[in-house]
Design a protein around this ligand. Structure first.
Ligand SMILES: Nc1ncnc2c1ncn2[C@@H]1O[C@H](COP(=O)(O)OP(=O)(O)O)[C@@H](O)[C@H]1O
Ligand SMILES: [Mg+2]
Length: 320
């Protein structure tokens, strides 16, 4: 269905190097107008670099990208008028009020003052921050600041919205709110949205996911298609002792190491939970069955779990 849609973004062969680090390695993506694309990957995957290139903050070393019908390298100034961006790091002026931050943005984008004033109110309404209009930004929680940044990014009526880790570090309730705004925007405004995240459970409701790691896109598709193609059911096993763990690893050499010392064993490799319990029941503290999920897709593609965990935890896991 989406294949017939015109493309809001079409990029091919994008590479970007920082010294010895190849942040992006020949990345191609296309995003149909009016859809939500999630870039899903761990810290350091290259998500922010890709966003920065698509919104003209950085230039690619090679490759080319058309965004809203314009070339990111040749027409950056014109293109920026059509883009709304929420960067990973907050760029609000915390000494100013909510209204002043948004109004200033309107000025930079040369909006008329009456139009800007009305738009501030509309956008604050959208992110449920109208009553905080005159509050100093420094008095607001990080979740509220994120909502203000989304409102600000929409002030000048962009056609494409980039959100770089809009929910990182927020509590579950704030994260849910941000995603509800994203879905509302998708429904009510003619917006294309590109959002990055390393929270896998967030991308279940988007139109398409690109799994990115080490500067390369490993897979793309709808959440359902990715699950159907790469997802497997997993037994999530908590061994009682290090010895039990070692035995399990010998018996199931393809097991993945999960968070908190758990082992993740492909249901097929284990034949069934019953067979595994018969053999190892007394050495296992707990077993859970994970249905095919985006988590198992990520695991299958990268050999690592992508959890709501600090970046170091992914380094401990074994590759495959
Ligand atoms: N300005 C920079 N200078 C040097 N290295 C950078 C710079 N920006 C990003 N990198 C490196 O490029 C890789 C990708 O980074 P980034 O795009 O920020 O990943 P992500 O947003 O997925 O966490 C990382 O290894 C990061 O350290
Ligand atoms: Mg980033």
């Amino acid at each position: 269905m989406v294949d017939t849609q015109p493309l809001a973004i079409s990029a091919s062969g994008i590479s970007k190097r920082f010294g010895r680090i190849l942040a992006l390695d020949d990345v191609s993506i296309s995003v149909p107008e009016g859809s939500i694309l999630a870039l899903l990957g761990p810290n350091g995957a290259g998500k922010s670099t890709l966003i920065d290139i698509l919104c003209t903050i950085q230039r690619p070393d090679s490759g080319q990208a058309q965004v809203a019908g314009m070339d990111v390298v040749k027409q950056p100034t014109h293109l920026r008028q059509h883009l709304g961006v929420v960067f990973q790091e907050s760029t609000l002026d915390t000494r100013l009020t909510v209204y002043e931050n948004l109004d200033f943005h309107g000025m930079v984008y040369q909006m008329g003052s009456a139009d800007a004033r009305q738009r501030v109110d509309e956008m604050l309404e959208l992110v449920e921050m109208a009553e905080w209009r005159n509050a100093l930004v420094r008095t607001l929680s990080s979740g509220m600041r994120r909502r203000i940044e989304i409102a600000r990014a929409l002030m000048h009526r962009p056609t494409i919205l980039f959100l770089d880790e809009p929910t990182v570090g927020l509590d579950a309730q704030s994260r849910a709110k941000i995603w509800s705004y994203i879905r509302t925007l998708r429904k009510t405004q003619k917006l294309t949205i590109v959002v990055t995240t390393h929270y896998i459970e967030e991308v279940d409701t988007v139109d398409a996911v690109c799994v990115i790691d080490h500067g390369t896109i490993l897979a793309r598709g709808t959440p359902e298609a990715l699950k159907a193609q790469y997802g497997t059911g997993m037994l999530r096993v908590t061994p009682r002792t290090p010895e039990a763990r070692a035995k399990l690893l010998t018996r199931y050499p393809k097991a993945f190491e999960g968070v908190d010392g758990q082992l993740l064993i492909d249901v097929e490799a284990a034949s069934s939970a019953d067979a595994m319990l018969e053999e190892f029941g007394d050495q296992i503290h707990q077993v859970a069955v994970d249905r095919p999920s985006l988590e198992s897709v990520f695991l299958a593609l990268t050999g690592r779990e992508l959890r709501d965990a600090p970046p170091s935890s992914s380094k401990k896991a074994r590759g495959r």
